[in-house]
Write a protein that binds this ligand. Structure first.
Ligand SMILES: Cc1cc2nc3c(=O)[nH]c(=O)nc-3n(C[C@H](O)[C@H](O)[C@H](O)COP(=O)(O)O)c2cc1C
Length: 156
C-alpha cells in the first residue's frame, strides 16, 4: 500500500516514533512517506494556525496521523490540518500521539478520540490507534508496541 504518515511534532518526539514506523512499514513492503507539518502560528492568537504548504494527500491508500498532546487535547496544528484535509473516504487511517505524562488517561486517550473524530468526519475508516507516554519507564516498549500494532493494521 501507499501510506502517508503525517505528523505535527513540536519537539521531535512524535516525529521520532513516526520515523520508526516508516522504517517498519517499508520493511513490510509498503511505500511509506513521512511528512512533518510546518504550522505558522498567528502572533496574536496562538491557537490560530495556517500552513504555507499543505501536504499532498491524493494518491495514498492509507494514512497515519500523529501529534503531541497539548493541554489534554489535540494540538492546534494537527486539528487545523485535519479540518482542511481533503476527503478521506474509504481510506484506512491510524492515529498516534505522544505525551509527557506516564498514563494515557492524562490526555492521550482524549486526544486520540479527537483525531479519530476529525478523520471520521472526512470519511476515514480508523483501523488502529496508539499512545506513547514519554515519561513512562516502559517508553521504549510502548514505541515498539505502537509500531508493531499500527504497521500490521493496514489491510489490502
Ligand atoms: C503547550 C503544551 C501542552 C502540553 N500538554 C500536555 C498534556 O496535557 N499532557 C501530557 O501528557 N503532555 C503534555 N505536553 C507534553 C507533550 O505532549 C509531549 O512532550 C509530547 O511528546 C511532545 O511531542 P512532540 O515532540 O512531537 O511535539 C504538553 C506540551 C506542551 C508544549
Amino acid at each position: 500500500m501507499k501510506i502517508a504518515i503525517i505528523v505535527h511534532s513540536a519537539t521531535g518526539n512524535t516525529y521520532s516514533v513516526a520515523e520508526k514506523l516508516q522504517q517498519k512499514l517499508i520493511g513490510l513492503g509498503h511505500e511509506a512517506d513521512l511528512v512533518r507539518l510546518e504550522p505558522v502560528f498567528d502572533d496574536k492568537n496562538k491557537s490560530k494556525v495556517r500552513f504555507d504548504q499543505i501536504p499532498e494527500t491524493d494518491n495514498y491508500d492509507a494514512f497515519v496521523f500523529g501529534g503531541p498532546v497539548n493541554g489534554f487535547s489535540i494540538s492546534a496544528a494537527l486539528a487545523a490540518f485535519l479540518k482542511q484535509v481533503k476527503s478521506l473516504q474509504n481510506k484506512q487511517v491510524a492515529c498516534m500521539v505522544t505525551q509527557k505524562f506516564s498514563n494515557p488517561m492524562f490526555g492521550g486517550n482524549h486526544t486520540i478520540k479527537q483525531i479519530k473524530q476529525l478523520a471520521e468526519a472526512k470519511g476515514a475508516q480508523v483501523v488502529q490507534t496508539g499512545v506513547v507516554n514519554w515519561d513512562n519507564s516502559r517508553r521504549q516498549q510502548m514505541i515498539d508496541d505502537l509500531v508493531e500494532k499500527i504497521s500490521s493494521a493496514f489491510t489490502k
